[in-house]
Design a protein around this ligand. Structure first.
Ligand code: NDP
Ligand SMILES: O=C1OC[C@@H](O)[C@H](O)[C@H]1O
Length: 377
């Protein structure tokens, strides 16, 4: 019997920065190393604002593969007939225009986080993706990693009971007093600050453990409270804390979850070793830093009826070839192969919730983008 050929997704890469490089290296990892046999990835084009940069990028990240086109404009990638899907790795505030141009060229899109600067931009992109009949997804790679799938399985299998409270922090020491104020983490024109860059990760754990919990019935948080500390360097948020409360919409509502997520992010201190703690009625799940690609988590089960005593605990470790960005690429390939417009794991509703929450956090924190940064308001 003839072997079934894997589906090949042909990628065009927009920009040649740090994360585009990491993504391409992962795309080129043999999927069989992670037991994936149904899809494979091919990079067919790289677009940069400089053709020399595109050429060097291919040399450094794809062994100088001559079959990959190097372009000195992004537009040539959108127009390339040998590109099925576009990966966007530009700074936050360019995601909207780059994604819009890709969608208008009828390309499927995987766009780095945060998907847009605000919710209005995202709504506009989703409308365009629908009109054009193409797939669109935010690159929230953590949601597709095997560790996240296993945390979700254990959290929902029943032994731990209902979630009560989740604490998640992502911090990173960006050496903010010594880097240029034009660095993307500090520059307000590039959506600088902790919330947009780091906030998606504490948020994704709140979504996985609370929003997606079966007892929540995909109800949005009933309340969001937020506060920001701004850096005088450029006025962007150095530290942001926000809480999301999930509670039944009425005493008879089908969404019965009553739980809170306490989330934070900072750009002037390194990550704490435990990045996420989810407390349940009958135990805890602790996830090791870095929370964007954790390699282990520990589940503790309480002595029955005694939340002060741990009866047993188990730590699970995960390892694979590559950084872990290829799992989201596999999801894109499968969705495109199957004619889907969005992923079931990180679908449009979750990116929309993220941008609605972030808009509200910025409103309460008093963070306004400079005029002209938001392309849709
Ligand atoms: N998933 C993850 O783990 C990570 C995701 N990210 C996300 O990826 C995005 C990019 O981050 P990162 O790779 O660190 O950024 P970099 O600054 O390293 O790269 C951004 C690239 O975007 C292009 N670009 C287009 N317009 C501009 C502009 N006005 N200023 C600067 N660069 C521009 C450049 O490529 P060229 O000159 O070739 O056009 C540049 O190399 C961000 O949105 C961030 O949130 C970042 C890090 C990790
Ligand atoms: O997505 C990200 O994850 C890792 C961080 O260091 C980086 O700044 C951020 O963009």
């Amino acid at each position: 019997m003839a072997a079934i050929q894997p589906f090949v997704l042909r990628w065009g890469i927009i920009s040649t920065g740090g994360i585009a490089s990491a993504f391409v290296k992962d795309l080129l990892v043999d999927p069989k190393t992670r037991a994936v046999h149904d899809v494979v990835h091919k990079v067919t084009a790289v677009g940069s604002r400089s053709v020399e940069k595109a050429q060097s990028f291919i040399g450094e990240n794809a062994g100088g593969d001559k079959s990959i086109k190097a372009y000195g404009t992004y537009g040539e990638v959108y127009a390339d007939k040998n590109v099925d899907a576009i990966y966007i790795g530009t700074p936050h505030t360019y995601h909207y225009i780059n994604a819009l141009d890709s969608l208008k060229a009828k390309k499927h899109v995987l766009c780095e986080k945060p998907v847009t600067s605000n919710a209005a931009e995202l709504r506009s992109l989703l409308a365009t993706a629908k009109e054009q009949g193409v797939f669109f997804m935010e690159a929230l790679w953590t949601r597709f990693q095997p560790l996240a799938l296993e945390v979700k399985r254990i959290a929902e299998e029943g032994s731990l009971g209902q979630p009560v409270v989740l604490h998640a922090d992502l911090s990173g020491d960006f050496d903010i007093y010594n880097i240029p104020k034009t660095h993307r983490i500090l520059d307000p024109d590039l959506g600088g600050g902790a919330l947009l860059d780091l906030g998606p990760y504490p948020f994704i754990w709140a979504v996985l453990a609370l929003y997606e919990h079966p007892s929540n019935k995909l109800a949005k948080p009933s309340n969001t409270i937020a506060s920001m500390v701004k850096t005088p360097l450029t006025g962007v948020d150095r530290s942001t804390a926000f809480t999301l409360t999930f509670s039944p919409s009425s005493p008879s509502a089908s969404n019965t979850l009553a739980a809170q997520a306490i989330l934070s992010c900072n750009i002037n201190v390194a990550a704490y070793p435990t990045g996420v703690v989810i407390r349940y009625e009958r135990g805890n799940i602790s996830i090791a830093a870095p929370i964007y690609c954790p390699k282990s988590f520990t589940v503790q089960y309480y002595e029955p009826g005694k939340s002060s005593t741990i009866a047993r605990e188990e730590t699970k470790h995960f390892d694979y070839v590559g950084r872990g960005m290829h799992f989201q690429a596999d999801e894109v390939a499968r969705c495109v192969r199957d004619g889907k417009s969005e992923s079931e794991l990180w679908g449009h509703d979750k990116s929309l919730l993220e941008m609605d929450v972030f808009d509200e956090v910025r409103r309460q924190g008093g963070y306004k983008f400079p005029p002209g940064v938001e392309k849709v308001v």
